[in-house]
Design a protein around this ligand. Structure first.
Ligand SMILES: Nc1ncnc2c1ncn2[C@@H]1O[C@H](COP(=O)(O)OP(=O)(O)O)[C@@H](O)[C@H]1O
Ligand SMILES: [Mg+2]
Length: 241
């Protein structure tokens, strides 16, 4: 791979090149595993299915990590770009909560989405904003309390913005760590026990996505238990005037 590196590469260049090189092999691996699981090329037994599914899950995880690393290097080099469109955040949240429904059930949690009847469209990158929503809800799920987890997601119009909230009753972030929450690779000690496989890159990328799109992202510790994460995004037609 020596020929693809510039003479004295910066660490971010190395990460970016390696991540690009890994992208295709991972995609090929994922494709083959999916074909094998589909049994289009012949039947598989229960044990083989379990192993293949496990391999597929881990391949997806690798793909996510590579995606994160590419985003981080783009952010650091000022090359992170959004493809802005008018979107309905209600739809994205409904899709993400559906996508997580098996996980929610399996982890003794419940999610309430207070879906407003009416909500203006916001200006955002549909693909990237979905990642933000997925990360905030998956964090609430991963860092659940020992007992039953309760997550409340809501959306509301506030002046020329839409406000997103995701409230949980989980393990929370220690007060001393508050300043570090949106920094790269931050993970609280407790969260490393609960989810050893995390990267600590999600919130760093979420912040870039929201702020580049003209919004704000922050959190508050709940009075009783857990955290609430918020972000705002500009209403689609509010920028025309
Ligand atoms: N809802 C939450 N409850 C408790 N801790 C959280 C929550 N959301 C984020 N955190 C803390 O912030 C860290 C960074 O989150 P994130 O960047 O999404 O990384 P990851 O999900 O890979 O751990 C987490 O590892 C955890 O320590
Ligand atoms: Mg996360």
């Amino acid at each position: 791979m020596a020929e693809v590196f510039p003479e004295k590469p910066k660490i971010s260049e190395v990460i970016s090149i390696v991540a690009h090189q890994l992208k295709n092999p991972i995609a090929v691996l994922k494709g083959y595993l999916e074909v094998l699981i589909s049994e289009d090329f012949g039947g598989i037994n229960q044990r083989q299915r379990e192993y293949l599914k496990d391999a597929l899950e881990n391949t997806k995880r690798m793909s996510r990590i590579v995606g994160y690393l590419l985003d981080v290097t783009r952010i650091e080099e000022g090359k992170y770009e959004l493809k802005l469109k008018s979107i309905d955040l209600r739809k994205i949240i409904s899709e993400v909560t559906n996508e997580f429904s098996d996980w929610v059930r399996a982890s003794n949690c419940e999610i309430f989405f207070k879906k407003p009847k009416k909500l203006p469209l916001v200006l955002a990158d549909p693909f990237k904003i979905r990642h933000v929503v997925e990360n905030l809800i998956s964090n609430a799920l991963k860092f659940k309390p020992l007992g039953r987890g309760k997550i409340e997601v809501s959306l509301e119009k506030r002046n020329k913005e839409v406000l997103f909230c995701c409230k949980d009753n989980g393990i929370g972030v220690p007060q001393d760590d508050f300043k570090k929450v949106f920094t790269k690779f931050y993970r609280s000690e407790k969260s490393m026990e609960v989810d050893p496989g995390g990267t600590g890159l999600g919130l760093y990328i979420d912040k870039a996505t929201i702020e580049l799109g003209g919004g704000k992202i922050w959190f508050l510790k709940n009075k009783d238990q857990g955290m609430t994460f918020y972000f705002t995004l500009p209403i689609a037609n509010s920028l025309k005037h």
